[in-house]
Design a protein around this ligand. Structure first.
Ligand SMILES: Nc1ncnc2c1ncn2[C@@H]1O[C@H](COP(=O)(O)OP(=O)(O)OP(=O)(O)O)[C@@H](O)[C@H]1O
Length: 228
């Protein structure tokens, strides 16, 4: 593992309970790198991401993410891990009973922020980054899917993570909105964060080309665009 590595798995096995999903996984992402994760339904993309954010245990092989050893990860260390990475899901997962500002404040409080002024400042900063500076008062149901995903990305940025894991972040969006979200994620990457993004959308990969890993036949292989 090089100094610039932000995520690596070596000879890892990814399990869902007793079911072996992926084996001999050897992957590395450096700081500031963008990588796509593709593969057919059920191929193991979400299982791999879940292992990386501590939702599934890594029992075989070795793995490290944002400086944390995944094989040694204890239940009580999972919040620390989640603070150091940003996670974005297909279905946004905003709390539907509160405004954008309150959604973001909830995460800040849960991750140890106390000072009210500092929290307000940080919320405004991340909302500006995703083009939602004036939308803090909105409730989730008052926003389009694309706007909700922007807020979800703002939420992922709150604690200034070096790595963002995104599980089909454009899966619920129309093609144009998907492109807008990709432009945003590309900008975030250009600002030095690494991104690992699972997707089914090959047209996005062609428009925004980055390294691509494919889950296939129980393995993760690096692939080139012409073989997608
Ligand atoms: N909670 C679970 N318990 C047991 N097996 C599961 C669970 N979730 C997924 N699996 C199994 O693990 C394998 C990989 O599923 P996974 O969700 O990682 O695939 P995926 O590539 O993300 O698929 P999709 O593109 O449909 O999201 C599949 O065989 C699936 O049936």
């Amino acid at each position: 593992m090089s100094d610039s590595s932000i995520l690596s798995l070596n000879n890892a096995q990814i399990h869902q309970g007793e079911h072996l999903v992926l084996h001999d996984v050897n992957i590395n992402i450096d700081k500031g790198q963008f990588v796509y994760l593709i593969g057919q339904t059920g191929a193991g993309k979400s299982s791999l991401l879940k292992t990386l954010y501590g939702d599934l245990p890594l029992k075989t092989g070795s793995g490290s993410i944002v400086g944390i050893d995944l094989t040694q990860l204890k239940e009580k260390e999972i919040p620390t891990l989640r603070r150091k990475i940003g996670i974005v899901f297909q279905d946004f997962q905003l709390l539907t009973d509160r405004s954008v500002d309150e959604n973001l404040k909830f995460v800040l409080k849960a991750t140890g922020w106390k000072d009210k002024k500092q929290m307000e400042k940080r919320i405004q900063e991340v909302l500006s980054k995703v083009g939602m500076a004036t939308k803090g008062h909105k409730m989730p149901h008052q926003m389009s899917g694309g706007e909700q995903q922007r807020v979800a990305i703002a939420r992922a940025l709150l604690n200034d993570p070096e790595l963002i894991l995104a599980d089909e972040p454009t899966g619920n969006l129309d093609p144009r909105t998907s492109e807008e979200i990709m432009i945003l994620l590309s900008e975030i990457c250009q600002n030095g964060r690494a991104i690992l993004m699972a997707t089914h959308d090959y047209s996005l990969i062609l428009k925004f080309p980055f390294n691509t890993w494919k889950c296939e036949d129980g393995k993760v292989i690096e692939t080139v665009q012409s073989t997608l």
